[in-house]
Design a protein around this ligand. Structure first.
Ligand code: PA5
Length: 454
């Protein structure tokens, strides 16, 4: 169960301002639900919790069971929307110290990520660390042409073939990509790798509930049935047009009202380190969806209380451009008690018998009150528990809020044209065929010949 608590926004927003957004909200909702807005060809995620390929879902579960049986490590090779959703769920729910346990006692294969940057040091070290483990590789790319995962896959695939032979590699390499187009689909078909589909009508950052997220999540031993069930519940909860009963719409509205008031940056805050990648996923979702045409709140994230000791000063007292959305987990099953100490040398006996969770809870409210007093609008997004179900709910909540918020901002929330600029320059500088003119222009600026330097 997810609940948005706006009670700490009273000093920052008038209820009338929220009410005044109703007509715009109504229009944005209709555009989203009727598929009449910009990017409407990418709305497949809206009904995905109900309307998905059951056959593929069953195939994912079967394969995940096989991989869990024959592998110690699953490498997820992808970038952006092709890995962040899976990583968000896995790091939130999986044992954070699994790598320290002997392989024979591990409940699940270790999930390792690759193809999400261009570090040779990382890949080199990964390959040398893998030698004693049984490995499976899932390459994920909707376009099938993204440079970072494509390069990493070329290297990892060769390693797999060298290690297992092509026949063996066929049982251990799986491609998640477009159903018919793209270099990866072609390569997988030629080599004979089993493939899973990223549906045409779902963009990368909205794809966590497709095979993109589901296969790695299932291999990590997390119930994808529960994840989907949470999303189904969210879809139902947020279908009501009654604003005050629809937290998803309210969240889309409050962040836009605050943006109009001059706040530029929304920080997604958590008090549980396992949620760090939920924030990374959220940043891509909102950053790529809204950051265009000179608009959009800048999506940032902080892990508290860790970052209170580095960025806390700025939040409390720096430029008043920040708003906070705090992810609160109301009940955490795993906790630890603080012990009594005879000498009490650290003076902490006043906490003896309390759990660390209780201390964290007080830290949350203490920080919240301090930030509100310091001029930071704070809204609380309460998750009743940390589970696959609650994450399914949360992710659907954010995806839907992002679509509505994007339309409230008058942008297309489903494209990302700005992502191409760095790629084009990189291709030109790397000498990719077709980029010769751009290369000459860039080199003139970056590496001027001596007689061109004034
Ligand atoms: O949201 C998006 O569409 C992008 O961020 C993609 O997820 C990312 O660029 C990876 O693309 P692909 O899956 O085509 O490799």
């Amino acid at each position: 169960m997810l609940k948005l608590d706006l009670s700490y926004l009273n000093d920052f927003i008038d209820l009338a301002e929220i009410e005044a957004m109703q007509p715009m909200l109504q229009t944005s909702r209709q555009i989203l639900e009727n598929g009449t807005g910009a990017g409407a060809e990418y709305l497949g995620w809206l009904d995905l919790p109900l309307n998905y390929d059951r056959g593929e879902f069953a195939r994912i579960k079967e394969l995940a069971a096989e991989i869990r049986d024959h592998s110690d490590v699953l490498i997820v090779c992808g970038i952006g929307g092709s890995y962040l959703g899976a990583r968000a769920v896995i790091e939130a729910l999986a044992d954070p110290f699994s790598a320290l346990r002997p392989v024979s006692t591990r409940d699940n294969p270790l999930i390792i990520y690759a193809g999400h940057h261009l570090s040779g040091r990382y890949l080199n070290s990964l390959l040398s660390a893998l030698s004693d483990y049984r490995v499976t590789l899932n390459i994920i790319s909707k376009s099938g042409t993204t440079t970072e995962p494509a390069i990493a896959f070329r290297i990892l695939e060769q390693w797999m073939i060298d290690r297992y032979g092509l026949d063996g590699a066929r049982k251990r390499i799986f491609a998640t990509t477009d159903k018919e187009k793209g270099a990866l689909k072609q390569l997988a078909d030629i080599r004979g790798y089993e493939t899973f589909v990223v549906p045409d009508n779902i963009g990368g950052r909205y794809s966590v509930l497709t095979a993109v997220g589901l296969l790695p999540i299932a291999v990590a031993g997390i119930s994808i049935d529960d994840l989907m069930a949470g999303a189904v519940q969210a879809r139902e909860n947020y279908s009501t047009p009654l604003l005050w009963e629809n937290d998803c719409d309210l969240y889309a509205v409050t962040r836009n009202v605050l943006q109009k008031r001059g706040y530029t940056t929304e920080i997604l805050v958590n008090y549980e380190p396992g949620l760090n990648y939920v924030s990374e996923w959220w940043k891509q979702l909102f950053g790529e969806s809204e950051g265009k045409d000179g608009r959009g709140l800048f999506p940032a994230s902080m892990n508290f209380t860790t970052d209170l000791h580095s960025l806390g000063q700025y939040v409390q007292d720096g430029r008043r451009i920040l708003l906070e959305t705090v992810l609160q987990i109301e009940t955490l099953r795993e906790d630890i008690l603080i012990n009594e100490s005879e000498e009490n040398l650290d003076g902490l006996n006043y906490l003896a018998g309390k759990s660390l969770g209780e201390v964290n809870h007080k830290a949350l409210y203490g920080t919240l009150m301090a930030h509100v007093a310091g001029g930071v609008p704070v809204q609380l997004l309460k998750m009743s528990e940390l589970s696959a179900y609650s994450l399914g709910e949360l992710m659907y909540f954010f995806q839907r809020a992002c679509g509505i918020s994007g339309y409230l901002n008058s942008v297309n929330p489903f494209d990302q044209p700005g992502v191409e600029n760095y790629k084009n320059n990189m291709y030109a500088l790397l000498g990719k065929p077709g980029y010769e003119t751009a290369r000459a222009e860039l080199e003139k600026i970056l590496f001027p010949k001596e007689d061109e330097v004034r």
